[in-house]
Write a protein that binds this ligand. Sequence first.
Ligand code: MIC
Ligand code: SF4
Length: 639
Amino acid sequence: MAKTIVEQIMAAHLVSGELAPGAEVALRIDHTLTQDATGTLAYLEFEAMGVDRARPEVAVSYVDHNLLQTDFRNADDHRFLRTIAAKYGLYFSPPGNGISHQVHLERFSVPGKTMLGSDSHTPTAGGAGMLSFGAGGLDVALALAGQPFYLVMPEILGVRLNGRFPAWVSAKDVILELLRRLTVKGGRGKILEFFGPALRYLSVPERAAITNMGAELGATTSIFPADGQTRRFMALQGRAADFRPWQAQGRPNYAEIQEIDLTGLEPLIAQPSSPDKVVPVKRVEGIPVEQVLIGSCGNSSFRDLMVVAQALKGRRVHPRVSLEINPGSRQVLENLALAGGLLPLLTAGARVMPPGCWGCIGMGQAPPTQAVSVRTFPRNFPGRSGTKDDQVYLASPETAVAAAIYGELRDPRSLGEAPRVAAPRHYLADGRDLVAPPPAGTPVEVVRGPNIVPFPQLSPLPDTWRGEVWLKTGDNVTTDDILPAGSQVLPLRSNLPAISQFAFTRLDPGFPRRVQGRGEGAIIGGENYGQGSSREHAALAPRYLGVRVKLVKSFAHIHLANLINFGILPLTFENPGDYDLLAQDQTLELPGVGRLLLAGAERLPLKVGSGEIWVRVDLSVRQRRLVVGGGALNLAREG
Ligand code: MIC
Ligand code: SF4
């Protein structure tokens, strides 16, 4: 029978449920990944579960986000992560070793395995044929404890790639083309499975640049087959034995097919401030550029940085531009140096950073006021760079380096002959910087600094809930809007009382002060509420302030799962027009909501002031129990 790759991998990992779109399925998880900004909380949650050792085949704790050590706090978190990894049997990837997704691809990826990571770009590993999902830290903590991962079975969208890239066009242009067609909402409830004749020419890092930004489509995940290219990549990593072929069987019946002819693609760019505002670079040529950042989990492979190095050979960065390079991993940086790619970057005037996320999450590298910044990153949500009213464009390394050379947006084809990056003959790949855990039973002391504050107790949902509308938002609100990142806020990721003081401040600077001590409240939102990051702090910090209900037109999937995990009731409008009836400070009441939820009600009456509307609840039996019980941790504690 014809079968997609996704169906085959899921069937091999199915714990419960049926592989029918819309049904809840539970999958066994083989690998877990955390990064420092979500990891500290995830491990505090894991600890609270009282399990003695991590259960997955491979579990890795990466440090890549909070690399600035302006005081003790991030450094304390790193030490906590190192010691807790040793205690529970996880690998530890220290600061400077690289971005989780790049390092995992290089050192741990195994085709056909499943992975859950507390970062929305975990699907990057789909480039090597892994079925990998981004999730909140609590879901990862549960997977570490050996629990399956629950998800609503998505539809499988086939993406057929034909042809071959013309000069100066690369993988980023493929995913930008998909974002142009489908928008940041278009992938919701879907998994993208790639196939077609062009795959012969697409290396694993190029595939990973595509699966990486499937997250920006709102897709559950994205995956490529494991074929000759995958085999070559794994051999280069000295891990040929980890290769397994995975292909679709027969002619699967994809729910929908998108077809892209690579030969006909041209250099594309996403304009400020959404990854789907995509136009051909040609259309925006001439706009002056002051900053170019090349790197991130999407575009910082050896291939990407070599292309940039070759384009810069014998050239200088435009005097107006600060060109900064964030290598994806130490391995990439070492091999760049070995292959002679570092010198052209330095002599051209680039600033080369240690491997890590840096400016992608606002950890430094903020652009000047009103300056245009061109980045090869996955996201350009408003203000994420750290500069208010920022002008961030997203593009391929080719387009980015052209902007650095010309000091303005310019189609990279104007640079003349395209660089050609041959596969390196000598490649350093031994993973020597990854710290393996000591044998089970070795005594390890977990070191906690004063910034690491224990997890709070969350109360169950009362039978009749009463509250007020605390905030009303528009469409496509991101988790960066709900709980910003950046160098000021990120050090507080393991300190909930402190970080909650930043909840919704992007949308309403006075929000935390305005609502604190007012009991419980609701947030009203539009379409695609909570897109972007997997950070569970965006659920937990508002919950800490008293937000118990979110009523929106539609949710982004990771944020929805996080809300449920922390006992926030997610509701949608039965009649979307009712959105207009709601306003800040109105009183709300959900009579008998606790009982109704447990009885399986799919619609609930909501009293708004003296009127009433109907709202929808789309939750499984398991999720209803979580919401009524005040969150997953309460239930995990009860056993
Ligand atoms: C992001 O790109 O937004 C992040 C920072 O990597 C987040 C995780 C976080 O907020 O810690 C993500 O993508 O999940
Ligand atoms: Fe890091 Fe940016 Fe990738 Fe998030 S999107 S993991 S911040 S590089």
